[in-house]
Design a protein around this ligand. Structure first.
Ligand SMILES: CCCCCCCCCCCC(=O)SCCNC(=O)CCNC(=O)[C@H](O)C(C)(C)COP(=O)(O)OP(=O)(O)OC[C@H]1O[C@@H](n2cnc3c(N)ncnc32)[C@H](O)[C@@H]1OP(=O)(O)O
Length: 153
């Protein structure tokens, strides 16, 4: 199977959501597919908000990191960079449409809907057994040299 973007481009990073080297992290894995990125995630019991259903903050983190990588990968392709751009989350919002089952594999899709300069808008959806249980949108910005995140991925 093809390597996840996180493992290919940032294996040493420790982001709680997507850092491969954080032993307590979620280890979100993003793969290019179609016009965006997809992520498949199977929650653990300690990610639940109530029995059998996922905690809303965990849902937010899944969207945050996966949409961030969607923006970073988009900028890499658009600007012909050797690796994904160093993007951070400027803002994001999540709509929790129905309880998300936690004892199964979940699918998160994200795609870029607008981009200008180093600012990228991304939309995402979370699908459980073919049903969309949450949607999100956010703005991600590629940082400049001198930003605390510069060179940290
Ligand atoms: C291998 C690699 C892996 C790369 C992949 C890595 C994935 C890691 C995932 C980690 C995700 C995180 O947790 S990141 C950590 C949480 N996030 C943060 O700490 C970010 C804190 N905020 C900041 O550092 C800053 O505010 C920035 C970088 C977002 C923006 O500051 P700046 O660089 O000075 O840029 P600025 O000129 O203000 O804005 C640039 C453009 O973005 C717009 N903009 C700025 N902030 C916002 C905002 N909140 N909402 C909407 N739009 C905004 C501006 O209007 C402007 O648009 P225009 O006029 O150009 O149109």
């Amino acid at each position: 199977m093809e390597q996840a973007l996180q493992d290919k481009f940032a294996p040493e990073t420790r982001c709680f959501g997507c850092g491969p080297s954080n032993p307590k992290g979620l280890h979100i894995k993003s793969f290019p597919e179609g016009d965006g990125l997809v992520c498949r995630f199977t929650p653990e019991e300690h990610h639940e908000g109530f029995p059998g259903f996922l905690n809303g903050g965990i849902i937010g983190t899944l969207f945050d990191c996966h949409m961030n990588w969607t923006a970073a990968y988009f900028l890499m392709k658009r600007d012909n960079l050797p690796s994904p751009a160093p993007t951070v989350t400027a803002e994001f919002s999540v709509q929790l449409l129905k309880p998300t089952p936690s004892r199964q594999e979940l699918l998160i899709r994200a795609r870029v809907v607008e981009a200008q300069g180093r600012r990228v808008k991304v939309e995402g959806e979370l699908v459980a057994s073919g049903e969309v249980t949450a949607r999100a949108s956010g703005t991600f910005v590629a940082v400049k040299q001198g930003h605390p995140a510069w060179g940290r991925w």
